[in-house]
Write a protein that binds this ligand. Structure first.
Ligand SMILES: Cc1cc2nc3c(=O)[nH]c(=O)nc-3n(C[C@H](O)[C@H](O)[C@H](O)COP(=O)(O)OP(=O)(O)OC[C@H]3O[C@@H](n4cnc5c(N)ncnc54)[C@H](O)[C@@H]3O)c2cc1C
Length: 388
């Protein structure tokens, strides 16, 4: 199956990586994925294997243990893992540092980068980002987990939920309220390490999809965290967290169009192989046109996302609205495509053994996590009305 779509934004280094990434997914992920989904966990070894191939370090400079490269190397990795039959869920596990390490790189000191980025890129430590709470998701400024200064420590009390990799993580980059009134100007980021007294994984969520990716509930009860663990200035965590969302949303948009492409490929093959009424299903015009529509939406999402990602790679500021458009466009494409792919596979589309079933389940959260469809539209609307 040919999922390779010409990409004017990449060079030979990306194409070389594509081969490595595809081999990694084919040999180290795809055969084991059903077992990991049943177990609800990805083995830690997978991170080490990915690190050995330089896959965790993509986009990070060699000085901090990275493999170099740019944002399109990360996108290429995602595209190839999905083209080979991987899943968004497995990526949330093995590439989960993609929403943590950039924040530490952007706002942390050299010492903090050495302590919390290098071991992650080497696959020796796992990390998670904890922003969402039982009472605050979209409303990031409304978080209630408080950190009160006591000498050279903060005392942290509160709860977090929906934290990807939170069960396995060695440390959690945690958004806490430090200002008197909390809100945009009262948010700080603390690295809270597993084993710190008062910090517990209070539960693991049973989900619709992303079954191999653990999703934790965390609690902090009088948890003393050294002030040295604060990333960036006190009360200055909101802006870097928001900026970090741009990379996360483009990664999610990439996961969406790449999953959609995989579903187009699987559906095309199924239409060619499955016979009904004495002929391959591919001879039915209504199904051919359904596939055409799936391909059209996928291509629009891919082209738009790549265009915005190219501007992001160039360091352009003020892209929040375009990033939001890319995410919503790709989510909408994926929602349509996974539903159509299951329909094309008939009853088999509902059976676990058939890959489209997993993509259907994994897709649903893409319009919720990393900022919902509605919040993306609010970002777009704000820009439209700015200055009026
Ligand atoms: C599998 C999974 C993994 C996740 N991983 C992480 C993680 O690693 N770290 C982390 O911090 N979080 C994580 N999340 C949490 C995710 O980011 C939140 O679920 C998301 O931000 C939405 O927040 P909420 O669930 O509290 O919904 P709410 O904010 O309560 O929203 C509920 C509904 O109301 C709508 N709504 C809310 N406010 C507005 C508004 N102003 N205008 C219009 N509509 C509005 C929303 O769009 C949504 O439809 C994860 C979630 C899931 C399901």
């Amino acid at each position: 199956m040919g999922a390779v779509v010409p990409n004017p934004y990449i060079d030979d280094s990306h194409r070389q990586l594509a081969e490595t990434a595809r081999g990694f997914a084919r040999d180290q992920i795809v055969p084991y994925l059903p077992d990991w989904e049943r177990a609800g966990l990805i083995p830690r070894d997978l991170s080490r294997q990915a690190a050995e191939l330089g896959l965790l370090g993509l986009g990070y400079p060699p000085e901090v243990g990275g493999s170099g490269g740019d944002f399109f190397h990360v996108m290429t990795l995602i595209e190839e893992i999905l083209a080979a039959g991987g899943s968004i869920g497995v990526m949330s596990g093995v590439l989960g540092h993609g929403i943590v390490s950039p924040l530490i790189m952007a706002a942390g000191t050299d010492e903090q980068i050495e302590r919390w980025v290098r071991p992650v890129l080497a696959g020796e430590q796992l990390c998670a980002l904890a922003i969402t709470e039982p009472g605050a998701g979209s409303d990031v400024a409304g978080i209630a987990t408080r950190a009160v200064r006591d000498g050279d420590h903060y005392v942290v009390d509160g709860e977090k939920t929906f934290i990807s990799n939170g069960v396995r993580a060695d440390f959690v980059l945690t958004a806490v309220a430090t200002g008197d009134g909390g809100g945009h100007h009262g948010l700080s980021l603390l690295v809270i390490e597993k084993g710190t007294p008062g910090f517990e994984v209070s539960g693991s969520l049973d989900k619709m999809g992303w079954l191999c990716s653990d999703t934790a509930m965390l609690s902090f009860d009088g948890c003393r965290v050294p002030v040295d663990n604060r990333i960036g200035d006190e009360n200055a965590g909101f802006r870097p967290a928001m900026r970090n969302f741009e990379g996360e949303r483009l990664i999610m948009a990439t996961q969406c169009y790449a999953t959609a492409q995989r579903c187009v490929d699987l559906s095309r093959r199924y239409l060619q192989e499955r016979e009904a009424f004495g002929a391959p299903l591919a001879s039915q015009q209504v199904l051919r046109h359904k596939l055409a529509e799936m391909a059209r939406r996928t291509d629009v999402a891919r082209e738009y996302t790549r265009r915005v990602a190219d501007r992001y790679r160039a360091g352009e500021d003020g892209l929040a609205s375009q990033v939001a458009m890319a995410k919503n466009t790709a989510v909408e494409a994926l929602d349509f495509v996974v539903d159509a792919a299951v329909q094309i596979h008939g009853g088999y589309g509902y059976i676990r053994e058939f890959e489209v079933e997993r993509h259907y389940r994994d897709a649903r959260v893409m319009g919720i996590g990393g900022g919902t469809v509605e919040i993306m539209n609010e970002i777009i609307a704000k820009q439209l009305f700015a200055g009026t």
